[in-house]
Write a protein that binds this ligand. Structure first.
Ligand code: ADP
Length: 363
């Protein structure tokens, strides 16, 4: 009689459906009553039809679909205690005390906060006479397990996040397609790929497609990058190469903190090398399409493990994230990973700032 609900939150990524399917089916297999929460935390706060019981058939034929069939949203209400109070009541009324949250670090942080507050939310609901003391006693612990859905592979604690592999496929398909036309016309293509804080997609996509130059936020080049770029591209051409590929991650910048955009790169190439240079911004194509085999299987394994972790949780266990460690699906403490992820982002921003101040101060 354990009520379990699964929802997707924040930015979508390919493979989320496969994860939902695995959670639902493992839960049914283990004898749980299982629910979808539509539209992420917004559905949890709104209740009503947004929280629906799922069955074996309701997750049929979704493993291959991109995005998330149960919807995702960004929800301001859940950031406020009043919103979380409504969400808690909606869960209690359905007997749900187990949650699988599939999202990025924001969604997981929200889930952790919700769990920490759970008993005080229940106290308030009893005080308001919204729930009974029997309900409070019966549902006094909320168990949470997180799965990381993100195309950026930007989460500490897991080797791969759900969606990254598919996004890489979209990138390499696009670069391969563009390479053939670039070859015909001896062009230089500048590809902008996603990754505001994390250059994983740009770096790995570049390796897989023999890019000539890659700009990522983690390794800002010196301000003389135009010289290095041009000499590299010129050298490739003089060695007989008919095309050049340059990849720019969204968050790329130089060591002084100036953003480097695809337009900046094109301007340099146009002016100095007089190449026929074109820009392609891949944008949401990277989030689209069917998940790769790797993402489907990763999400299946993680979804099943998430349900198992919830069923094995005791009142003292900490919320966990299901991570990929080598080839194993493992359980790691949720808040430790979120804190490390946020600390890495903060340290990177501080380092960039310090470098920028130092270098600008010198010139
Ligand atoms: P992601 O999960 O992809 O990082 P967001 O950071 O936008 O995306 O978070 C998704 C949702 O999670 C937010 O719209 C909000 O409802 C909830 N959330 C995020 N951070 C918090 C927080 N500190 N407290 C409560 N809820 C949060």
């Amino acid at each position: 009689d354990k009520g379990l609900a699964v929802f997707t939150s924040g930015g979508d990524s390919q493979g989320m459906n496969a994860a939902v399917r695995a959670c639902v089916r493992m839960a049914i297999y283990l004898g749980c009553k299982v629910y979808f929460i539509r539209e992420g935390y917004q559905g949890m706060v709104d209740g009503g039809d947004c929280i629906q019981e799922a069955n074996w058939a309701s997750v049929s034929s979704i493993i291959h679909r991109g995005g998330t069939i149960i919807g995702s949203a960004r929800c301001q209400d859940f950031r406020e205690r009043q919103g979380r109070l409504k969400a808690a009541n909606n869960l209690i009324q359905r007997g749900i005390t187990n949650l699988v949250v599939i999202g990025g670090d924001g969604s997981l942080t929200g889930a952790n906060l919700f769990r920490q507050e759970w008993s005080s939310l229940l106290d308030e609901l009893v005080k308001n006479k919204t729930i009974t003391t029997e309900q409070q006693e019966k549902f006094n612990v909320l168990h949470i397990v997180g799965l990381v859905g993100s195309i950026d592979n930007d989460f500490c604690g897991t080797d791969m996040t759900i969606g990254t592999d598919t996004a890489l496929h979209r990138i390499i398909e696009a670069i391969d397609a563009i390479s053939s036309t670039a070859y015909s016309h001896q062009r230089t293509f500048i590809m902008e790929v996603m990754g505001r804080h994390c250059g994983y997609l740009a770096l790995v996509g570049g390796l897989a497609c023999e890019a000539d130059f890659i700009f990522i936020p983690e390794m800002p080049p010196k301000v003389d990058w135009p010289d290095r770029l041009c000499s590299q591209l010129a050298q490739e051409r003089s060695a007989g190469q008919r095309l050049n590929i340059v990849i720019v991650a969204e968050g790329a910048m130089d060591r002084e903190g100036h953003p480097i955009t695809a337009e900046d790169v094109k301007k340099v190439i146009d002016e100095r090398l007089k190449h026929d240079a074109r820009i392609t911004v891949l944008g949401h194509v990277q989030r689209g399409g069917n998940p790769s085999a790797f993402d489907r299987i990763l999400a299946c394994r993680m979804g099943a493990e998430a349900t198992l972790a919830l069923m094995e949780a005791t009142k003292d266990s900490v919320p966990v994230v299901i991570s990929l460690d080598g080839n194993q699906a493992v359980r790691v403490p949720l808040m430790e990973c979120v804190e490390r992820t946020q600390a890495v982002a903060k340290a990177m921003a501080e380092k960039r700032w310090a470098d920028a101040v130092k270098l600008r101060g010198r010139s």
